[in-house]
Design a binder for this molecule. Structure first.
Ligand SMILES: NC(=O)c1ccc[n+]([C@@H]2O[C@H](COP(=O)([O-])OP(=O)(O)OC[C@H]3O[C@@H](n4cnc5c(N)ncnc54)[C@H](O)[C@@H]3O)[C@@H](O)[C@H]2O)c1
Ligand SMILES: [Zn+2]
Length: 359
């Protein structure tokens, strides 16, 4: 088991290992002292792992309630948020009680936002069950729900009391959901100089625990340096301005990870074209993405992507922030007028894509 300590506005541990769900009591005892526990999960993860979590908590004394939402992004909405707050109130949760988010990023973001806002904040333990949640959404304290006008429009920064990542839970992930998480893993390899890039050249499954731990420590370092995203934390958005534009243009039929993969490849080729990044970086990124069956291009036009990006919440005034690689493991933040974006990305679009690779 690995333990990564996060010293943000709240100090907490991220535990990563095989079989940790059954040991959750001993791992989080300091974070949970009796009282009441509210487990939030979805209708796919619940039947797989809810009983395991309940029995692991049973020896610890809390009265355990459960709240199950339908799986999928559509559940991260205001109705489900209010329904969860209502359930928490009806169960009599107090500020000394704890919400357990058992699931992927959807459950984590919704349960996190509810935990952050119910009585101005109750305890929160994240138990990520997707690769994306393990390496990204469960750590760092961003919580949110979607509004009809856009994704993640209502949310707060709220650090959990602990994160327990049991890699055994990832074994039941459908291939495409696992692959979505790989896009974020590859992202980390290009924003920080660590052994991660080298490791990704070999099959992932045998080294999953180490790879997740490397990603979490990269995110930890960035979050601790800039918890409220005024600067360095923007590096975590590598590939995301284009990725969000692709998701939006597709009417959200293209998943986040697949869109971010294409977004990273496109923005890196654009940086190469502008003389800001050596071609070897783009080549290595594309090889890795293809090796993990992720896309490196999109059929949307530069004009469609630029106008979708212009309405993205990450733009600041009339400018967009772009995260551009400048060497292997190093990215920098560039601010660019929104109306220059279309011309910047146009030469990077329309290349031939292929698929393949071993996971
Ligand atoms: N808070 C943050 O910092 C942050 C960062 C990145 C992404 N996010 C958010 O995360 C969400 C995406 O998260 P996600 O990719 O985990 O999607 P998800 O939570 O929708 O999970 C994907 C699918 O996998 C299923 N699933 C989950 N765990 C499983 C398991 N162990 N076995 C079998 N099936 C399982 C789920 O039921 C769902 O159908 C988005 O809403 C995004 O905005 C948040
Ligand atoms: Zn992402």
């Amino acid at each position: 088991m690995k333990r990564i300590s996060v010293n943000a506005s709240k100090t907490y541990n991220v535990f990563i290992g095989d079989g940790l769900l059954g040991r959750i009591g001993e791992l989080i005892t300091p974070a949970l002292r009796g009282g009441t526990a509210m487990i939030v999960t979805d209708d796919i993860v619940g039947p797989l792992y809810l009983e395991g979590l309940k029995s692991a908590l049973s020896g610890m004394g809390p009265y355990v309630y459960t709240h199950i939402i339908p799986n999928g992004e559509a559940s991260k909405n205001a109705d489900n948020y209010v329904a969860l707050l209502t359930a928490m109130a009806e169960c009599g949760l107090t500020r000394s009680d704890t919400v357990f988010a058992l699931g992927g990023g959807v459950v984590g973001d919704l349960a996190g936002f509810a935990a952050a806002t119910f009585m101005r904040g109750v305890g929160l333990v994240q138990i990520p069950t997707t690769l994306l949640a393990a390496v990204d959404s469960s750590v760092g304290g961003k919580t949110a729900i979607d509004l009809p006008q856009g994704k993640n429009l209502a949310g707060v920064f709220y650090q959990p009391a602990a994160v327990v990542c049991d890699v055994a839970l990832l074994k039941t992930l459908p291939e495409s959901v696992f692959t979505d998480g790989m896009a974020e893993v590859i992202k980390y390899a290009f924003i920080a100089e660590t052994p991660l890039l080298e490791r990704l050249k070999s099959p992932i499954i045998p080294q999953l625990e180490d790879v997740i731990a490397l990603c979490v420590s990269i995110k930890r370092d960035i979050v601790c340096a800039d918890e409220w995203e005024s600067g360095e934390r923007k590096l975590l958005n590598f590939g995301h301005t284009m990725g969000h534009a692709i998701e939006k243009c597709s009417g959200y039929t293209i998943s986040h990870g697949h869109a971010v993969a294409a977004g990273m490849a496109i923005i890196t080729r654009a940086a190469v074209n502008a003389g800001l990044c050596p071609p070897e970086v783009a080549q290595m990124l594309e090889e890795l993405l293809l090796q993990h069956s992720l896309p490196i291009d999109t059929h949307f036009s530069a004009q469609e992507l630029a106008s979708a990006a212009y309405s993205d919440k990450k733009r600041s005034g009339k400018n967009v922030f772009l995260i551009l690689p400048e060497s292997l493991g190093r990215c920098t933040i560039h601010e660019m007028p929104s109306d220059a974006l279309e011309e910047f990305i146009a030469p990077a679009l329309g290349i031939t894509t292929q698929k393949g690779g071993e996971r």
